[in-house]
Design a binder for this molecule. Structure first.
Ligand SMILES: [Zn+2]
Length: 343
Protein backbone atom coordinates (compact mmCIF):
# COMPACT_ATOMS: atom_id res chain seq x y z
CA UNK A 1 0.00 0.00 0.00
CA UNK A 2 1.20 3.48 -0.92
CA UNK A 3 0.95 5.80 2.08
CA UNK A 4 1.59 9.52 1.78
CA UNK A 5 3.20 11.38 4.67
CA UNK A 6 3.51 15.17 4.92
CA UNK A 7 3.92 17.98 7.44
CA UNK A 8 2.42 21.48 7.45
CA UNK A 9 3.07 22.92 10.86
CA UNK A 10 2.68 26.44 12.19
CA UNK A 11 1.44 27.90 15.46
CA UNK A 12 -0.03 31.21 14.37
CA UNK A 13 0.04 34.12 16.80
CA UNK A 14 -2.50 36.40 15.14
CA UNK A 15 -1.19 39.32 17.23
CA UNK A 16 2.39 38.91 15.96
CA UNK A 17 3.83 41.34 13.42
CA UNK A 18 6.40 38.75 12.28
CA UNK A 19 5.78 37.72 8.65
CA UNK A 20 5.16 34.05 7.88
CA UNK A 21 6.14 33.34 4.30
CA UNK A 22 7.48 30.34 2.42
CA UNK A 23 11.08 31.20 3.38
CA UNK A 24 10.10 30.73 7.03
CA UNK A 25 8.88 27.20 6.21
CA UNK A 26 11.96 26.42 4.14
CA UNK A 27 14.66 26.61 6.81
CA UNK A 28 17.27 28.24 4.59
CA UNK A 29 16.39 26.11 1.54
CA UNK A 30 14.75 27.43 -1.63
CA UNK A 31 11.56 25.51 -0.71
CA UNK A 32 10.34 23.34 2.18
CA UNK A 33 12.07 20.00 2.53
CA UNK A 34 10.38 17.08 0.77
CA UNK A 35 10.80 13.54 -0.55
CA UNK A 36 13.81 11.39 0.29
CA UNK A 37 15.61 14.31 1.98
CA UNK A 38 12.74 14.59 4.46
CA UNK A 39 12.71 10.81 5.04
CA UNK A 40 16.46 10.86 5.72
CA UNK A 41 16.19 13.83 8.09
CA UNK A 42 13.22 12.57 10.13
CA UNK A 43 13.77 8.79 10.29
CA UNK A 44 14.52 7.67 13.86
CA UNK A 45 13.77 11.09 15.33
CA UNK A 46 11.33 11.79 18.18
CA UNK A 47 9.12 13.79 15.80
CA UNK A 48 5.67 13.09 14.41
CA UNK A 49 7.19 12.34 11.02
CA UNK A 50 9.64 9.95 12.71
CA UNK A 51 6.69 8.15 14.33
CA UNK A 52 4.74 7.93 11.05
CA UNK A 53 7.77 6.62 9.12
CA UNK A 54 8.45 3.97 11.77
CA UNK A 55 4.88 2.62 11.81
CA UNK A 56 4.49 2.77 8.01
CA UNK A 57 7.66 0.73 7.57
CA UNK A 58 6.65 -1.68 10.30
CA UNK A 59 3.32 -2.25 8.55
CA UNK A 60 5.03 -2.90 5.22
CA UNK A 61 3.67 0.22 3.50
CA UNK A 62 5.43 2.05 0.70
CA UNK A 63 6.07 5.62 1.86
CA UNK A 64 5.52 8.51 -0.54
CA UNK A 65 6.95 11.50 1.25
CA UNK A 66 5.52 14.92 0.49
CA UNK A 67 6.58 18.25 1.96
CA UNK A 68 7.90 18.56 5.50
CA UNK A 69 7.07 22.22 6.05
CA UNK A 70 7.37 23.64 9.55
CA UNK A 71 7.96 27.23 10.64
CA UNK A 72 8.53 28.82 14.07
CA UNK A 73 5.47 30.60 15.52
CA UNK A 74 4.70 34.02 14.02
CA UNK A 75 1.91 35.99 12.39
CA UNK A 76 -0.77 34.81 9.96
CA UNK A 77 0.57 32.67 7.10
CA UNK A 78 0.81 34.53 3.81
CA UNK A 79 -1.73 33.36 1.20
CA UNK A 80 0.78 32.40 -1.51
CA UNK A 81 2.76 30.34 0.99
CA UNK A 82 -0.38 28.57 2.23
CA UNK A 83 -1.54 27.84 -1.32
CA UNK A 84 1.88 26.36 -2.15
CA UNK A 85 1.70 23.97 0.81
CA UNK A 86 -1.95 23.02 0.20
CA UNK A 87 -1.34 22.33 -3.48
CA UNK A 88 1.66 20.15 -2.63
CA UNK A 89 -0.35 18.09 -0.13
CA UNK A 90 -3.50 17.81 -2.29
CA UNK A 91 -1.25 16.67 -5.14
CA UNK A 92 0.38 14.06 -2.87
CA UNK A 93 -3.10 12.88 -1.87
CA UNK A 94 -3.79 12.05 -5.53
CA UNK A 95 -0.79 9.72 -5.69
CA UNK A 96 -1.46 7.52 -2.65
CA UNK A 97 -4.01 5.14 -1.12
CA UNK A 98 -3.87 6.66 2.37
CA UNK A 99 -2.46 9.85 3.89
CA UNK A 100 -0.89 10.64 7.29
CA UNK A 101 -0.41 14.31 8.15
CA UNK A 102 1.65 16.06 10.81
CA UNK A 103 -0.23 19.34 11.35
CA UNK A 104 -0.01 21.76 14.24
CA UNK A 105 -3.68 22.63 14.59
CA UNK A 106 -3.29 26.36 15.33
CA UNK A 107 -2.55 27.68 11.85
CA UNK A 108 -4.35 30.81 10.72
CA UNK A 109 -3.67 32.39 7.35
CA UNK A 110 -4.41 35.77 5.84
CA UNK A 111 -7.62 34.32 4.38
CA UNK A 112 -8.49 31.37 6.64
CA UNK A 113 -8.79 31.27 10.43
CA UNK A 114 -8.68 27.46 10.34
CA UNK A 115 -5.71 26.60 8.14
CA UNK A 116 -5.78 22.88 8.90
CA UNK A 117 -9.56 22.55 8.49
CA UNK A 118 -9.37 24.28 5.13
CA UNK A 119 -6.52 21.98 3.99
CA UNK A 120 -8.36 18.83 5.08
CA UNK A 121 -11.60 19.97 3.44
CA UNK A 122 -9.75 20.59 0.17
CA UNK A 123 -8.19 17.11 0.29
CA UNK A 124 -11.62 15.54 0.98
CA UNK A 125 -13.18 17.49 -1.85
CA UNK A 126 -10.52 16.40 -4.34
CA UNK A 127 -10.24 12.80 -3.06
CA UNK A 128 -13.44 11.95 -1.13
CA UNK A 129 -12.55 8.31 -0.40
CA UNK A 130 -8.95 8.81 0.71
CA UNK A 131 -8.35 7.71 4.32
CA UNK A 132 -6.58 10.46 6.32
CA UNK A 133 -4.84 10.36 9.72
CA UNK A 134 -3.78 13.54 11.52
CA UNK A 135 -1.59 14.27 14.53
CA UNK A 136 -1.73 17.66 16.22
CA UNK A 137 0.16 19.70 18.83
CA UNK A 138 -1.42 20.08 22.29
CA UNK A 139 -1.69 23.81 21.47
CA UNK A 140 -4.04 23.10 18.58
CA UNK A 141 -7.22 25.16 18.34
CA UNK A 142 -9.21 22.21 17.03
CA UNK A 143 -12.36 22.70 14.95
CA UNK A 144 -15.29 20.53 13.90
CA UNK A 145 -14.12 21.03 10.33
CA UNK A 146 -10.79 19.30 11.04
CA UNK A 147 -12.53 16.34 12.65
CA UNK A 148 -15.14 16.11 9.87
CA UNK A 149 -12.46 15.84 7.21
CA UNK A 150 -10.19 13.08 8.52
CA UNK A 151 -10.58 9.56 9.89
CA UNK A 152 -8.24 9.51 12.89
CA UNK A 153 -6.94 12.48 14.91
CA UNK A 154 -4.59 12.43 17.89
CA UNK A 155 -2.77 15.06 19.96
CA UNK A 156 0.18 15.25 22.33
CA UNK A 157 -0.23 14.24 25.96
CA UNK A 158 2.77 16.26 27.20
CA UNK A 159 3.84 19.89 27.49
CA UNK A 160 6.77 20.46 27.15
CA UNK A 161 6.20 18.18 24.18
CA UNK A 162 8.12 14.94 24.57
CA UNK A 163 5.64 12.53 22.98
CA UNK A 164 5.44 13.77 19.40
CA UNK A 165 6.57 10.44 17.92
CA UNK A 166 4.26 8.55 20.29
CA UNK A 167 1.32 10.74 19.20
CA UNK A 168 1.98 9.97 15.54
CA UNK A 169 2.47 6.25 16.29
CA UNK A 170 -0.88 6.21 18.10
CA UNK A 171 -2.61 7.81 15.09
CA UNK A 172 -0.78 5.56 12.62
CA UNK A 173 -1.51 2.31 14.44
CA UNK A 174 -5.24 3.07 14.69
CA UNK A 175 -5.13 4.15 11.04
CA UNK A 176 -3.48 0.95 9.79
CA UNK A 177 -5.85 -1.14 11.91
CA UNK A 178 -8.68 0.73 10.18
CA UNK A 179 -7.16 0.08 6.75
CA UNK A 180 -6.85 -3.61 7.70
CA UNK A 181 -10.55 -3.65 8.64
CA UNK A 182 -9.86 -4.35 12.33
CA UNK A 183 -11.44 -1.16 13.71
CA UNK A 184 -13.94 1.46 12.57
CA UNK A 185 -12.85 4.75 14.13
CA UNK A 186 -15.50 7.37 14.90
CA UNK A 187 -14.65 10.72 16.47
CA UNK A 188 -16.24 13.25 18.75
CA UNK A 189 -14.97 16.82 19.14
CA UNK A 190 -16.14 19.34 21.67
CA UNK A 191 -14.68 22.45 23.26
CA UNK A 192 -15.09 24.55 26.36
CA UNK A 193 -15.21 28.37 26.47
CA UNK A 194 -11.75 28.57 28.05
CA UNK A 195 -8.41 30.06 26.99
CA UNK A 196 -5.91 28.45 29.40
CA UNK A 197 -2.78 30.55 29.86
CA UNK A 198 0.26 28.93 28.24
CA UNK A 199 2.22 29.24 31.52
CA UNK A 200 -0.49 27.18 33.25
CA UNK A 201 -0.64 24.39 30.65
CA UNK A 202 2.40 22.37 31.72
CA UNK A 203 1.82 18.66 32.25
CA UNK A 204 4.09 18.64 35.29
CA UNK A 205 1.49 20.80 36.99
CA UNK A 206 -2.16 20.56 38.09
CA UNK A 207 -4.68 20.46 36.46
CA UNK A 208 -3.27 19.48 33.07
CA UNK A 209 -1.22 16.62 34.55
CA UNK A 210 -4.40 14.98 35.83
CA UNK A 211 -6.38 15.73 32.69
CA UNK A 212 -3.72 14.11 30.51
CA UNK A 213 -3.36 11.17 32.88
CA UNK A 214 -7.12 10.59 32.66
CA UNK A 215 -6.98 10.87 28.84
CA UNK A 216 -4.25 8.19 28.73
CA UNK A 217 -6.16 6.03 31.19
CA UNK A 218 -9.26 6.15 28.97
CA UNK A 219 -7.26 4.92 25.95
CA UNK A 220 -8.13 1.29 26.44
CA UNK A 221 -10.12 -1.31 24.57
CA UNK A 222 -12.68 0.27 22.25
CA UNK A 223 -11.55 3.76 23.24
CA UNK A 224 -8.72 4.19 20.73
CA UNK A 225 -7.40 7.72 21.36
CA UNK A 226 -8.26 10.54 23.75
CA UNK A 227 -6.65 13.93 23.20
CA UNK A 228 -7.17 16.99 25.36
CA UNK A 229 -5.92 20.13 23.64
CA UNK A 230 -5.15 23.08 25.87
CA UNK A 231 -5.25 25.32 22.79
CA UNK A 232 -3.23 28.35 21.74
CA UNK A 233 -4.62 31.52 23.33
CA UNK A 234 -2.67 34.00 21.17
CA UNK A 235 -5.07 33.46 18.29
CA UNK A 236 -8.00 35.80 17.78
CA UNK A 237 -10.21 33.20 16.10
CA UNK A 238 -13.61 31.71 16.89
CA UNK A 239 -12.51 28.24 18.01
CA UNK A 240 -9.40 29.13 20.02
CA UNK A 241 -9.21 27.33 23.35
CA UNK A 242 -9.46 24.05 25.18
CA UNK A 243 -11.03 21.08 23.40
CA UNK A 244 -11.17 17.31 23.39
CA UNK A 245 -11.18 14.77 20.57
CA UNK A 246 -12.09 11.17 21.35
CA UNK A 247 -11.68 8.34 18.85
CA UNK A 248 -13.57 5.11 19.58
CA UNK A 249 -14.13 1.89 17.72
CA UNK A 250 -17.55 2.64 16.26
CA UNK A 251 -19.10 3.99 19.46
CA UNK A 252 -20.15 7.61 19.06
CA UNK A 253 -21.95 7.65 22.40
CA UNK A 254 -18.96 6.66 24.49
CA UNK A 255 -16.74 9.11 22.56
CA UNK A 256 -19.11 11.94 23.48
CA UNK A 257 -19.28 10.74 27.09
CA UNK A 258 -15.50 10.68 27.58
CA UNK A 259 -15.16 14.12 25.96
CA UNK A 260 -17.83 15.54 28.27
CA UNK A 261 -16.11 14.10 31.34
CA UNK A 262 -12.76 15.70 30.50
CA UNK A 263 -14.29 19.04 29.52
CA UNK A 264 -16.29 19.07 32.75
CA UNK A 265 -13.15 18.46 34.84
CA UNK A 266 -11.25 21.18 32.95
CA UNK A 267 -14.10 23.64 33.44
CA UNK A 268 -14.32 22.92 37.17
CA UNK A 269 -10.59 23.69 37.48
CA UNK A 270 -10.68 26.76 35.21
CA UNK A 271 -9.30 29.08 37.90
CA UNK A 272 -6.13 26.97 37.96
CA UNK A 273 -5.55 27.71 34.28
CA UNK A 274 -5.26 31.43 35.09
CA UNK A 275 -1.70 32.69 35.43
CA UNK A 276 -1.15 35.11 38.30
CA UNK A 277 1.32 37.70 37.14
CA UNK A 278 3.97 38.86 39.60
CA UNK A 279 4.91 42.57 39.33
CA UNK A 280 8.38 42.96 37.83
CA UNK A 281 9.74 44.83 40.87
CA UNK A 282 8.85 41.84 43.07
CA UNK A 283 10.56 39.47 40.64
CA UNK A 284 13.71 41.63 40.87
CA UNK A 285 13.61 41.47 44.67
CA UNK A 286 13.26 37.69 44.57
CA UNK A 287 16.15 37.45 42.08
CA UNK A 288 18.30 39.64 44.32
CA UNK A 289 17.63 37.62 47.46
CA UNK A 290 18.10 34.30 45.62
CA UNK A 291 21.48 35.50 44.33
CA UNK A 292 22.51 36.46 47.86
CA UNK A 293 22.04 32.91 49.17
CA UNK A 294 25.53 31.48 49.72
CA UNK A 295 26.42 28.60 47.41
CA UNK A 296 23.43 29.11 45.15
CA UNK A 297 23.84 28.94 41.38
CA UNK A 298 23.01 31.61 38.81
CA UNK A 299 19.53 33.13 38.84
CA UNK A 300 17.57 33.16 35.58
CA UNK A 301 14.99 35.84 34.82
CA UNK A 302 12.88 34.80 31.84
CA UNK A 303 10.78 37.32 29.95
CA UNK A 304 7.82 35.19 28.93
CA UNK A 305 5.62 38.19 28.33
CA UNK A 306 7.53 38.91 25.16
CA UNK A 307 5.97 35.57 24.17
CA UNK A 308 9.35 34.14 23.30
CA UNK A 309 9.13 31.23 20.88
CA UNK A 310 5.37 31.68 20.43
CA UNK A 311 5.36 34.47 17.89
CA UNK A 312 6.73 37.34 19.96
CA UNK A 313 9.28 39.70 18.51
CA UNK A 314 11.75 38.90 21.31
CA UNK A 315 13.03 42.46 21.32
CA UNK A 316 11.35 44.01 24.36
CA UNK A 317 13.51 45.68 27.00
CA UNK A 318 11.14 46.02 29.98
CA UNK A 319 12.89 43.31 31.98
CA UNK A 320 16.29 44.80 31.22
CA UNK A 321 14.98 48.18 32.41
CA UNK A 322 13.70 46.56 35.62
CA UNK A 323 17.11 44.93 36.20
CA UNK A 324 18.77 48.34 35.84
CA UNK A 325 16.17 50.05 38.06
CA UNK A 326 16.70 47.42 40.76
CA UNK A 327 20.45 47.91 40.58
CA UNK A 328 21.18 44.18 40.14
CA UNK A 329 24.84 43.46 39.52
CA UNK A 330 26.76 40.81 37.55
CA UNK A 331 23.90 40.39 35.07
CA UNK A 332 24.30 38.95 31.60
CA UNK A 333 21.48 39.64 29.12
CA UNK A 334 20.45 37.61 26.12
CA UNK A 335 17.89 38.65 23.56
CA UNK A 336 17.17 36.85 20.30
CA UNK A 337 18.06 38.63 17.08
CA UNK A 338 15.05 38.91 14.86
CA UNK A 339 16.01 37.88 11.34
CA UNK A 340 12.60 38.19 9.71
CA UNK A 341 11.15 41.40 8.36
CA UNK A 342 8.41 43.05 10.40
CA UNK A 343 5.31 44.56 8.89
ZN1 LIG B 1 2.84 23.25 21.40
Amino acid sequence: MKVGIAMMSHETNTFSPVITDLARFSGGRAQPMAGQTAIDVFTNTASCLGGYIEVARGRGAEIVMGIAAGAPPSGRVEDDCYEYMCEAIVSLAGQVEALMLDLHGAMATRSHDDGEGELLARIRQAHPDLPIAVSLDMHANVTQRMVDNCDVLTGYHTYPHIDMDGTARRAANIFFDMLDGKVKPVMHWENAPMLPHVMRQGTDDFPNNQLQARARELENGDCLAVSLFTGFPHADIHDAGLSVVVVTDNNKGSAAGYAAELLDTAWQERERFVYQVEPLAESMQRAQSAAEQPGEGPVLILDHYDNTASGGTMDTTEVLAAVLDAGLEDVAVFGAVLAEPIQ
